[in-house]
Design a protein around this ligand. Structure first.
Ligand SMILES: Cc1cc2nc3c(=O)[nH]c(=O)nc-3n(C[C@H](O)[C@H](O)[C@H](O)COP(=O)(O)OP(=O)(O)OC[C@H]3O[C@@H](n4cnc5c(N)ncnc54)[C@H](O)[C@@H]3O)c2cc1C
Length: 547
């Protein structure tokens, strides 16, 4: 919907929008803020989603920023773009925070092919990937408080496969329908496909195959095999592919890694109002594929071997992939807690990490987030949009000890987020699902219970390097050592049989590289992971010249 009180500007922007988007979207115009608000309310009542608002900043009734703020209340998921004159730049920048502005465009926007469409294309594709539209695709029917249902939903969400979720506890007709399926309700969730087929409690690999995600390598041999599809692996895939190398990336879950779980990455260069990890992952995966990299999902690498001059990666399915080079970018996985009740209620209100898809499931509930670092802070901010209350459980005496200042500031302004400092979770309880958590004040030793429907545990992570075993050198915590960081005996790393020293990012096995969080000494940020994954290509090139 485009809004402008200047009839000339309104009709020219409408014309340009219709020309480019008319086939896929309805383009609506409003000549005043009042008309825009009325039309938006009507569409909301009819259940029609609005993809994007394009609003002029200067209007007599109210400013574009004010109007976008009011429209956000009605259609919170729409993209918001302000049309500004040069003099309004300041107002536009301010509204990035005030109304969650996605972009501001300068007048005039000629030629639209350069100044209008690329920006709106990007925003619309981002909106489309998350919008809840009337749906005739995959449907998942299950119980909200079931670990299997949670895992299936998360797997599809993270692989950007749209689906409709049906909670059978709230939909009696669906419950009845499913009871007539072979196996009935014994194995949930049931995933129903548009072709009439269904799968009961499917594994990731079965699901991936059914929805058409690539799971098998298409070639017998590659130049580079990348293990792990987080930011480091995806960056490595993009740069290897742009160098013309034959690349396959093997990911056990979905592209994005830990970053894919982040609700707002605000410190990544080029995204002044932040980007969700899911969007970043989607863009990176699309970019890697565009350059010809092959991305396999739902495939776990269980070991890596050397058969000179080849490196061989073995998958859990038993399949093997051969290449000249292997790059390990397996990152880290969240630490788990060992307290009474936690195992029994895992997936029934206890979650490790904080997936965005869980926020909607706990709309209107009281939830807890355990942890005091940035990932916990981001999760609290995101969940506060949906939950009735969010309590952060922090062991330290203040949030500031581990969290970035900007997050502490924001949290302090949100009334529904409470912070329990000096607090430790000592138990989780509930019959069938989480109902309360037991807390202890670490300063006084005092214990008390807190009613909560879910607890999200964000307490740090450990490297995922178990698949390399003794094959490459790791430090005492399991991080993989590379290049100059490799310990030397008589001037050489253990087992190193070449005259040259290992290249940057190369492990003590020639041709096997590591980058990102799993690498000893890495900085554990998205930007560093991307930087390492990209920079490793320089060393890989040098290595390939030797084989
Ligand atoms: C909730 C959260 C929020 C965060 N927010 C920020 C932020 O705002 N800014 C910031 O800079 N950093 C942030 N971080 C940290 C950042 O996400 C990480 O530093 C970054 O993702 C590391 O990238 P990576 O590619 O090295 O590893 P990862 O992102 O951990 O990716 C590793 C991938 O390898 C896969 N894998 C592991 N083992 C195997 C195997 N055997 N076979 C196949 N695949 C395997 C995993 O499934 C995973 O997808 C956040 C982290 C979390 C958890």
């Amino acid at each position: 919907m485009t809004v402008d009180d200047d009839p000339y500007v309104l009709s020219s922007i409408e014309r340009d929008l219709r020309r480019h988007y008319g086939a896929d979207y309805r383009v609506l115009k409003a000549a005043s803020p009042g008309e825009a608000l009325e039309n938006s309310r009507q569409l909301k009542r009819r259940g029609t989603a609005i993809a994007l608002f394009l609003v002029d900043q200067r209007m007599p009734e109210m400013t574009g920023t004010q109007l976008l703020g009011a429209l956000k209340e009605i259609h919170p998921d729409s993209r918001r773009v302000l049309l500004t004159a040069y003099a309004d730049t300041e107002a536009a920048i301010q509204s990035i925070n005030e109304v969650g502005l996605d972009h501001y465009l300068m007048k005039p926007w000629d030629p639209p092919e350069q100044k209008l469409y690329p920006i709106l294309d990007d925003l619309l594709s981002e909106w489309k990937s998350r919008a809840h539209l009337p749906f005739d695709g995959i449907r998942i029917a299950g119980a909200r408080f079931s670990p299997q249902s949670h895992d299936v939903r998360e797997f599809l969400s993270r692989n950007l496969v749209p689906y409709q979720w049906i909670d059978i506890d709230e939909d009696a007709s669906m419950r009845e329908l499913l009871s007539s399926y072979p196996g009935g309700l014994a194995k949930l969730p049931i995933v129903m496909f548009p072709d009439g087929t269904f799968l009961s409690a499917p594994s990731n690999i079965k699901l991936a195959e059914k929805v058409g995600l690539p799971t098998q390598a298409s070639a017998p041999f590659y130049d580079v095999t990348i293990v792990g599809g987080g930011p480091a692996g995806l960056a490595n895939a993009v740069y290897a592919a742009t160098e013309g190398l034959r690349v396959v990336l093997v990911e056990q879950n979905a592209p994005g890694g830990q970053a894919g779980m982040s609700s707002a990455i605000e410190n990544y260069l080029g995204f002044p109002n932040g980007i969700t990890g899911a969007d970043l992952a989607q863009r990176a995966a699309a970019q890697a594929r565009r350059f010809g990299a092959e991305l396999l999902t739902a495939q776990e690498v269980v070991s890596i071997d050397r058969n000179d001059p080849y490196r061989v990666v073995k998958l859990a399915s038993g399949a093997k992939i051969s290449s000249y080079v292997v790059v390990i970018t397996t990152g880290m996985s969240v630490r788990t807690l060992d307290i009474p009740g936690i195992q029994r209620l895992h997936g029934l209100g206890v979650y490790y990490g904080a997936a965005l898809s869980d926020a909607l499931a706990y709309r209107g509930h009281d939830v807890c987030i355990v942890g005091g670092a940035n990932s916990a802070g981001q999760a609290a901010l995101f969940f506060s949009r949906y939950a009735r209350s969010v309590t952060m459980i922090v062991r330290a005496p203040s949030l500031a000890s581990k969290m970035s200042h900007y997050l502490v500031e924001r949290i302090s302004h949100i009334e529904t987020i409470k912070v329990a400092t000096n607090a430790e979770v000592v138990s989780v309880s509930g019959s069938g699902r989480v109902e309360a958590i037991g807390l202890m004040n670490v300063a006084t030793g005092e214990s008390f219970d807190l009613a909560a429907s879910a607890v999200f545990i964000c307490i740090g992570a450990a490297p995922r390097s178990e698949m390399v075993g003794e094959f490459v050198d790791r430090d005492e915590k399991g991080f993989i050592r590379t290049g100059p960081d490799l310990p030397r005996v008589n001037g050489k790393p253990a087992g190193w049989d070449l005259e040259r020293a290992p290249f940057m990012f190369e492990t003590n096995v020639p041709g096997v590289f590591a980058a990102g969080d799993v690498r000893a000494g890495s900085d554990r940020r998205v930007a560093s992971a991307v930087g390492e994954g990209s920079a490793a290509i320089f060393s890989i090139r040098k290595y390939l010249d030797t084989v």
